[in-house]
Write a protein that binds this ligand. Sequence first.
Ligand code: ADP
Length: 451
Amino acid sequence: MKWRIWLLSLGITLLCVLIFGFASTQVYYRSSVDDGKRFLHACMNSFDADEYPPTTEGAKAFSDKLDGARVTFMDMQGNVLADSIAGDSAVNHLDRSEVTDAIRDGDGYAVRDSSTLGADMVYYCRSIDGMLVRLAVFTQSDWSIFASTLPTLLAFSSVMIVLCLAASFIATHFIIGPVKKLAAEAAQSETVTTRYSELAPVADALNARNRDIHRQMRELTAEKTAVEQARASKDEFISNVTHEMNTPLTSIHGYAELLDGGGMTEAQKKTAYKTILSQSERLTNLIACIINFSEIENDNLPPYDVDFSAIVRETLVVVSPEAQKRNIAIDGNIADNVIISSRHERLNELFGNLIRNAIKYNKDGGKINVTLDNRSLTVEDTGIGIAEENMNKIFSRFFTVDKSHSGKNGGFGLGLAVVKKICAKSGWEISVESEPDRGSKFTVDFAPQQR
Ligand code: ADP
């Protein structure tokens, strides 16, 4: 780029010098022609016909007086009568413009390349006393003026070239310097500014590009984090599943070995059979829970309008024997026709998990209050409650407060994780308030963003 700027300014400088050379040549040439005309006019005024008769001697005498200017005498038809320089005296000059102008108007000028003398000449012709007197002096031709100024012009050009290169160097330094600085700054920071208004569009373009790159980087980082989180979550899930499966399998394997070894009493055998049976049930439950969880997690089926009131009432009927067994009273405050855009199995799962937990973690003789309207569902119990430090963990997969009870009644710590997943997919919000030993209250808000 620097070289281009240098070459361009060099070319412009040379062109300017040449134009200047030609123009000044023309000005000088015109002024020297004008000088010649003025000189001849003044000389003509000093002409005296008596003193200088129209003979070669008279012409030469007048010429001597005029420092060698050419003097020609002609009759009024343009025929040469006498000439101060040797030439063809029988020539007729009627074809010369200064002669015809003098015959017509009294006097006339002309400038031309004289064929006789081989140089540019200025002619002035005047009619005086019935004859034509013509004076002529040399003038430099424009080419000879140009040739004589050429050395000066070349010297001037050389100086100009050096000055131009120096100026271009300084100019390019001042032009390219801020551009380089801007590029370096753009590589360092997201937004750059410049005090040069000419570079403002460049700065804007760099800023736009930088913003794009930073946005893409943020997206890529977010994607990477999400992938890493998903991988960590998957690893954790697998490790939890393995852990949950390990306990019943170890138990089944141990009792099976004991039975195989023989020598057990009938009572011991009964215990072994019972344990094997219950542990295999636990395994089956675990697998069912995992399949259920994974189905809900991957369920992208479209929602439709579901009568949630009906589902809540039906579920309460289903779980009431379990509650009655422990003398737990369920009070329902269920609005009619609560229509929710979801899927039947999702709402069944959501309410089923909450109400079963309310029974499971209740005290014998406790109470449960279920409220449903178009805005929310609340399941409140008077059970064991949840400690403050566990409030955030209960929605995590495989989290159970009391590990010794884990697996009982299918409790693998997946119920609330499923509830949370369903809420997240539907845009609902689940919250919990609880006090240890006094009870818990779970609320599902169907339109959290409207509040
Ligand atoms: P689980 O299968 O163990 O019930 P959940 O995901 O349903 O798994 O619940 C996770 C944990 O949250 C439970 O182990 C329990 O400690 C606690 N929890 C859930 N519901 C209640 C409740 N209504 N009252 C007290 N604790 C509860």
